[in-house]
Write a new protein. Structure first.
Length: 118
């Protein structure tokens, strides 16, 4: 009985550690890739609002509302005649291990800049 228990523990512990590492790495990779898509969506919505209303404030409010929809922080918005520039911050995502470590927590917050032509 004792041999079976130690054998099962030796088998399970590496799988559990591997699952935690894969989960945390997956959260970081997916959040990083989603940040580009979210920024592009925000910029596209702002561009559409600007083209339809020709009003910079309307484009900014649309960008702000879209950012709130995606639960991201819009901390920069610049509109010129040629392009829209968006700066967003993706809030930290919850992981199994990394969000508990103070020094590693900053790996979970992503800042992204997107430049979109009108």
């Amino acid at each position: 009985m004792r041999d079976w228990l130690s054998w099962i523990l030796k088998l399970l512990i590496p799988f559990i550690i591997a699952a935690i590492i894969i989960n945390d790495a997956g959260v970081i990779i997916i959040s990083r890739s989603q940040s580009k898509d979210i920024a592009k969506t925000i910029a596209d919505d702002a561009r559409s609002a600007y083209i339809s209303s020709n009003n910079e404030y309307s484009a900014y409010k649309t960008a702000l509302n879209t950012a709130q929809t995606y639960n991201v922080k819009l901390y920069g918005f610049k509109l010129t005649k040629e392009k829209i520039q968006i700066w967003i911050q993706i809030p930290p995502r919850k992981t199994i291990f990394i969000h508990r470590m103070k020094n590693l927590k900053k790996m979970l917050t992503f800042n992204y800049y997107y430049d979109f032509s009108l």
